[in-house]
Design a protein around this ligand. Structure first.
Ligand code: SAH
Length: 232
């Protein structure tokens, strides 16, 4: 199990107890969740009755909402504390999610081609080899299924918005949350997806308006973006 940065897992574990506080460090994840959930659900042709795995689920904001939409949901992460928080929250909410401490690569070896939908949000920019995670996602999905990624683009604008703006000026995220060198250009992510045998079917940007403090989906992939793929 080498495709892990322990310092990254530690960062998320330390904050885990605040994961479900909508005014905490995780506020951005709470606010973007309805947007990404809708986008995923519409491209997946609905989530009810589907088998879904959420890779790098953390405290379960997306995973639980996917299960709430009627999918049989597995959530995996390698950080123990966020998983514990996720399990507690699912007990409280009564929305059942199968949370497991396992890597994407290991789950792909154990249960290949067994999910209708694979989601991997805001996680690739925290791992040493994002290409290997993309590969695992491609192995997890059934032929004809959909795989969704989200991450941060790498360019001067994304440095300014995602690091200087979000971490230092607006303090939406703790300083040090993201490392610029780990950001992934859409062309790179598309390359990893194609190399793994996936076809890219759609992409969309995720924007933040600092004046209205409202997130929205839009055309520009300059900063935060989502990519949808299918396995032929
Ligand atoms: N996907 C969730 C959480 C994003 S935070 C959401 O968007 O709401 C990033 C998550 O990735 C954290 O929970 C962290 O523990 C996890 N992570 C980082 N490296 C990982 C790895 N190598 N394998 C699995 N999860 C990882």
């Amino acid at each position: 199990m080498s495709n892990v940065d322990p310092a990254e897992l530690q960062k998320f574990s330390e904050l885990a107890h605040r994961w479900w506080d909508p005014n905490s460090e995780f506020k951005p994840l709470h606010e973007i969740n309805p947007l990404r959930l809708d986008w995923i659900a519409s491209l997946a042709g609905g989530l009810a009755g589907k088998r879904v795995v959420d890779i790098g689920c953390g405290g379960g904001i997306l995973a639980e909402s996917i299960a709430r939409a009627g999918a049989t949901t597995v959530g995996i992460d390698l950080a123990r504390k966020p998983l514990k928080i996720a399990r507690l929250h699912s007990l409280e909410s009564g929305i059942s999610v199968d949370y497991r401490e396992i890597s994407a690569e290991e789950l792909a070896a154990a249960e290949p081609a067994s999910f209708d939908v694979v989601t991997c949000m805001e996680m690739l920019e925290h791992v040493p080899s994002p290409a290997a995670v993309v590969e695992a996602c491609a192995r997890l999905v059934k032929p004809g299924g959909k795989v969704f990624f989200s991450t941060l683009n790498r360019n001067p604008k994304s440095y300014l918005f995602a690091i200087v703006g979000a971490e230092y000026l607006l303090r939406l995220l703790p300083a040090g949350t993201h490392e610029y060198q780990r950001f992934i250009k859409p062309s790179e992510l598309t390359g990893y997806a194609r190399a793994a045998g996936l076809d890219v079917i759609a992409s969309i940007g995720l924007h933040y308006n600092p004046l209205s403090r409202v997130y929205s989906l839009g055309k520009s992939l300059d900063v935060n973006y989502l990519l949808a793929c299918t396995r032929p």
